[in-house]
Ligand binder design. Structure first.
Ligand code: SAM
Length: 325
């Protein structure tokens, strides 16, 4: 099977391996190989590899020491990894339990296995979990070189959105003034600050704000992040306006917060507006709502991006919109 590998000169191999390991990008299921003076390091997410590296698809050997859940189950279960927690999405409790046992007996470094027990609910956008193995729902998850402490039972966090967050974060320049209106534990705010931006991060969930502050310290960006707990509509009056960039990641109801976003926007501002809409017209409702709220601004939609399929016929999308007063 062809596996994406980072190709570097052999003498740069150890340094590169360390860089990739720091970002959790190494594919531990396959061997690092050396051929004709080149070292090939298999990676799990080629899109997340810094641009300076060359990616090449190679036929590399599987690591024989690894026992994966599929080896023990006889089928390939679907799961997500969040730090040292494995997240399942199984309706059949018995099947979930079998998978959890196999995950714990496999070579995956894991301390807890959780299965979804509810939809994402409430204003904090959290869900309930069945704890199938282990105890703690708290972990440290690494994404693109940042580390996020979080309790998956208390706050919203989706590892699946890593690539989308990276797409948006890469657009920010140093010295920008950014407001993250629904910041969670900081997966946008902290990397923005890491790029040199000054960030105001708001969330209504006090536990999320506590983790956000901890994560800002953990990633050495505390001096560039102001974390504010509260309903963004209420706390916005105390925030000095003039934002260069605003992130609105509350997809089911962001339209209700557009007036607040416009109050926070500067003379020129990029809005990242997340929405969930029917596939027949996924961008129209958001664009129309933004044009109504941003009266007095010239509105140009720079990107219409489908993040993922959310439910049958429903898409999670993002509009990157530039507003000019
Ligand atoms: N941006 C984070 C991320 O990508 O992981 C979190 C996004 S989550 C979908 C939405 C967040 O908005 C939740 O953490 C929730 O607590 C927060 N929230 C909901 N209503 C809010 C409000 N009125 N004001 C501020 N935050 C709010």
């Amino acid at each position: 099977m062809q596996i994406p590998c980072v190709r570097v000169a052999r003498e740069d191999g150890e340094r590169t391996r360390e860089r990739l390991a720091e970002r959790d990008l190494l594919d531990h299921d396959h061997e690092i190989t050396v051929v004709d003076g080149w070292l090939y390091a298999p990676v799990v997410d080629p899109d997340a590899v810094p641009e300076k590296y060359t990616i090449e698809e190679r036929d590399v050997p599987t690591r024989e020491t690894q026992t994966m859940p599929a080896d023990l189950l006889g089928f390939d279960p679907s799961y997500e990894r969040l730090g040292d927690i494995v997240l399942l999405r199984e309706d059949d409790h018995e099947r979930a339990r079998r998978i959890a046992d196999a995950v714990m007996d496999s070579s995956i470094p894991v301390k807890t296995v959780l299965n979804r027990a509810s939809k994402i609910e409430g204003e904090f956008r959290t869900r309930e979990w069945d704890v199938l193995a282990g105890e703690s729902t708290e972990t440290i998850h690494r994404e693109y070189g940042c580390a996020f402490a979080l309790d998956v039972a208390e706050v919203y966090f989706s590892p699946r959105l890593a690539t989308e967050r990276h797409r948006v974060i890469q657009q920010a320049a140093a010295d920008e003034r950014i407001v993250d209106m629904f910041a969670g534990v900081g997966p946008f705010a902290i990397p923005f600050a890491g790029r040199g931006a000054d960030v105001i991060a708001v969330d209504r969930n006090p536990v999320a704000i506590e983790y956000l502050r901890e994560n800002a310290r953990r990633n050495d960006v505390a001096e560039r992040i102001e974390a504010i707990e509260g309903d963004v509509r209420e706390v916005a009056t105390g925030i000095e306006g003039g934002a260069d960039r605003i992130v609105m990641n509350l997809p089911h109801s962001a339209d209700a917060f557009l007036d607040t976003a416009i109050d926070l926007a500067g003379e020129e501002c990029v809005l990242h507006y997340y929405d969930i809409q029917h596939e027949d017209d996924p961008y129209g409702p958001g664009e129309r709502a933004i044009r109504v709220a941003a009266e007095g601004y010239e509105v140009s939609v720079e990107t219409k991006h489908t993040v993922r399929s959310y439910a049958p016929h429903e898409l999670n999308v993002c509009l990157d919109v530039r507003l000019r007063a």
